[in-house]
Design a protein around this ligand. Structure first.
Ligand SMILES: Cc1cc2nc3c(=O)[nH]c(=O)nc-3n(C[C@H](O)[C@H](O)[C@H](O)COP(=O)(O)OP(=O)(O)OC[C@H]3O[C@@H](n4cnc5c(N)ncnc54)[C@H](O)[C@@H]3O)c2cc1C
Length: 498
């Protein structure tokens, strides 16, 4: 970059990179400051990608950044650890193979209905959520647009959406699909990354939300997490931005109630009148900005944000590609979900909410043939288990994960040569994300949309002029979507024009 930056982006996770790339393409000179030695944030590094199955970026974002990231659909294999031979289904979108025709038809009908409802909500993802206080013409227009799409759903679907949106995914799948693997999959989709079980209210909404952001189909960037990081980093530098690694920000500088730049932990000062932070809201506001710049009510709400993560990552080095109990190899474009039904997902959550490691954890996994690693995200692992993350607790977690995988993958135990683990507390330490939370803050009804990250703080713009939140803690939340970074950069650009 030639000359001083005119914008600073704190954190080089994918949202920070999306925000910086958009600012650069609109003529600004952003500098991304990343604490770690790699860009991509929780996309992770080549050795240990925290997000082994990144969702694809929204096409609107790829177009705006002029990047072309090829994607491929992922098939999901749902396997029951209780009944390994008969208990396997294959799912692609609304198509389900391996069950009875009745099961496949009920699944198709439910998923297609949910997909229509999700599509009606999808317009809200790529715009700032309407403000509750003093809504302006833009907010009213946004509300009207969503209202119009909802109306177009028709009476039956709209009534159904209003009936189920705030209910829980366990009851929905039990009513519509009965017990079993199809319900297990939807219960996992609704709760993965959060600290809510399938019986928690609002989990149908989180399912719809996820379907809205990925169009109801799992699409994965070809080349995996690393390819996406590279494409985004290249988009930043190609447009004239700069990325600095090993550059932890210690403080956001404020002069006369305006953001004025940042101080790095090595004492260096970098000045700019626009600062976007993709660090978590709590980190940005309480640690980097400091409570002194916020009113007491904001400090209280920020401190009370729910952000305790419940997902652990384990990698297993294998001698040979994993085989399902039926004999087929788990391919690179397949995701394995291990859970018997929505009830077992709830049981795993119940243990974790009391600080216990679940006896029968539920998980999703994929196989990376290049490194010969099975990459596993294990759901409902307490951030602070009773007794802490002792060697014994780590061993207990690994043993239970290996046992579950051993039920659904033939010869798994004999094939493992090494393993690695990141518990939620390790992710917190490594990436500075409070609670190690997948979404930087729970995605639940009182922390969603116009209440995200918390009541009064929606819309990316913070109370100090020139400071914006642009990470997963802001609307519409986590997963690899790029939406928070995109929306925040647009909000900052719009404010500069006025
Ligand atoms: C175990 C686990 C598995 C997951 N698996 C998937 C998956 O398979 N698919 C998927 O789509 N999503 C997955 N996710 C979710 C996804 O990783 C996140 O939602 C997403 O990475 C958030 O992106 P972000 O850019 O907002 O933040 P992050 O990726 O967290 O990036 C924030 C960046 O800011 C940096 N930073 C923080 N503080 C500072 C500071 N003071 N100075 C400088 N830099 C700072 C951090 O080092 C980090 O690089 C997973 C999450 C977890 C925890």
């Amino acid at each position: 970059m030639t000359g001083a930056p005119d914008a600073i982006v704190i954190g080089g996770g994918h949202n920070g990179l999306v925000a910086a790339a958009l600012l650069a393409r609109r003529g600004m000179r952003p500098l991304v400051l990343e604490a770690r030695n790699h860009a991509g944030g929780m996309l992770g590094d080549a050795e240990f990608p925290i997000s082994p199955m990144p969702f694809a970026l929204r096409p609107e974002i790829c177009r705006a950044l002029a990047i072309d990231v090829a994607t491929r659909p992922m098939e999901t294999i749902v396997a029951s650890p209780l009944n390994s031979l008969s208990g396997t289904l294959r799912v692609s979108g609304s198509r389900l193979d391996g069950g009875s025709p009745q099961q496949a038809e009920a699944f198709r009908q439910l998923v297609e209905r949910l997909a229509r409802q999700a599509e009606a909500l999808s317009g809200m993802l790529l715009r700032a959520p309407p403000r509750l206080d003093g809504a302006g013409p833009r907010d009213l227009l946004a509300l009207a647009g969503t209202g119009w799409k909802l109306r177009r759903l028709g009476k039956v679907d709209l009534r159904d959406l209003l009936r189920i949106a705030l209910s829980n995914v366990h009851d929905l799948v039990e009513d519509e699909l009965g017990l079993g693997l199809p319900g297990a999959l939807l219960a996992m989709e609704a709760t993965l990354g959060g600290a809510m079980g399938p019986r928690s209210p609002g989990t149908v909404l989180t399912l719809l939300y996820r379907m809205a952001s990925n169009g109801g189909r799992r699409m994965m960037p070809v080349g995996g997490p690393g390819a996406l990081t590279q494409a985004l980093a290249a988009a930043v530098t190609r447009a004239g931005g700069e990325i600095r690694l090993n550059a932890p920000v210690e403080r956001i500088l404020v002069e006369g109630d305006r953001a004025a730049g940042v101080a790095l932990s090595n004492g260096e000062i970098v000045r700019a009148s626009l600062v976007l932070s993709s660090a978590a809201p709590r980190t940005t506001l309480l640690d980097l900005l400091g409570p002194g710049h916020l009113d007491a009510e904001w400090v209280r709400r920020c401190r009370n944000m729910a952000c305790t993560g419940m997902v652990a990552r384990l990698d297993f080095d294998l001698l040979a590609p994993p085989r399902l109990a039926g004999g087929e190899v788990l391919e690179a474009d397949q995701r394995l979900v291990v859970a018997a039904d929505a009830g077992t997902v709830e049981t795993a959550f119940n243990a974790a909410k009391h600080g216990k490691l679940p006896d029968d954890p539920v998980m999703e996994a994929c196989y990376d043939a290049g490194s010969r690693r099975l990459r596993v995200s294990v759901q409902f692992i307490p951030h602070s288990p009773r007794g802490g993350w002792t060697e014994a607790n780590r061993q207990m977690l690994e043993t239970s994960v290996r046992r579950q995988l051993g039920f659904v993958l033939a010869g798994f135990e004999d094939s493992v040569t090494a393993s690695r683990m990141m518990a939620p507390a390790d992710i917190e330490t490594a990436y500075g994300i409070p609670g190690g939370h997948w979404h930087h803050g729970e995605l639940r009804i009182d922390q969603m949309l116009m209440l995200r990250p918390f009541d009064g703080a929606a819309g990316y713009r913070m109370p100090v002029e020139g400071l914006y939140l642009c990470g997963a803690g802001s609307h519409p939340g986590g997963d690899i979507s790029g939406a928070p970074g995109f929306n925040a950069a647009n909000a900052a650009l719009a404010a500069r024009r006025h």
